[in-house]
Design a protein around this ligand. Structure first.
Ligand code: GLN
Length: 239
């Protein structure tokens, strides 16, 4: 199980999710507190953010453990945005360890991370030729491709996540499908088999697999639900 986190609010650097909080993704890569599957997230990491000079988000993905990238602290201090997403990865057995299998996946303005596992058979009828479309043979890349196709067909972020998760989750009862996605102006996330929390402050909302610090205010999101966050609203609905 990987750990992922996102921010929507006043512009912040990526350190806001990774290094600054006591239990940020940096710490969660080797000492997660709520992780049920896997113990360490050392199979790579990635981050994505938005910049007004580009129509699409910027991504940085590596296959090394987050703690071994000496270039990251400075980069994460200056890469800032009103919408951020980052993830540390623990590859599912049999899945490739390569940049193209590492979240965040992206298409157009969307960024997406998958925390969990799912059989590819449960995904096959979500689109023609997912194997050919997906960036990698990793299950998460297939999930991302199925979501992005729905985005291209006009579905909103939350609707696209919900459709893919409910379909695949019904076909594969053992699937874990916690997805976290953003589009620069909103965040959507599903809870299907693992933990998810959100934390609202006066200047924004953090969403994370597990709390990034011990400050009060972290709210668990119930199993089998969809969380959507916009600048003025946090909503949870059942899946
Ligand atoms: N199955 C995905 C992968 O292999 C996600 C793994 C996870 O959540 N640990 O990357």
């Amino acid at each position: 199980m990987c750990r992922h986190a996102a921010w929507l609010g006043e512009p912040r650097p990526l350190t806001w999710l990774i290094h600054e909080p006591e239990h940020g993704l940096f710490k969660q890569s080797y000492a997660p507190r709520h992780q049920r599957h896997g113990m360490i997230n050392a199979d790579g990491y990635g981050m994505g953010w938005y910049d007004s000079t580009r129509p699409e988000p910027v991504r940085y993905r590596r296959t090394v453990p987050i703690w071994s990238d000496a270039n990251l602290p400075a980069l994460a201090q200056v890469a800032r945005s009103a919408c951020l997403l980052a993830a540390v990865r623990s590859a599912t057995a049999g899945m490739p360890i390569e940049e193209s299998a590492t979240a965040p996946f992206t298409d157009k303005g969307w960024l997406l991370s998958h925390n969990g596992r799912v059989s590819k058979d449960a995904l096959r009828d979500l689109a023609d030729d997912l194997a050919g479309r997906a960036e990698s043979a990793c299950d998460a890349a297939w999930v991302a491709s199925a979501v992005f196709l729905r985005g291209r067909a006009g579905l909103g972020l939350g609707e696209a996540l919900a459709e893919v998760v409910v379909h695949a989750g019904k076909k594969d009862p053992g699937a874990r499908l916690n997805l976290l996605a953003c589009d620069g102006a909103s965040i959507a996330a599903t809870v299907w088999g693992d933990t998810l929390f959100h934390h609202r402050s006066h200047d924004g909302v953090r969403v994370a697999s597990e709390p990034l610090d011990d400050l009060p205010g972290w709210q668990p999101v119930p199993e089998r639900s969809l969380l959507t966050v916009t600048p003025d609203r946090v909503a949870v609905q059942p899946l």
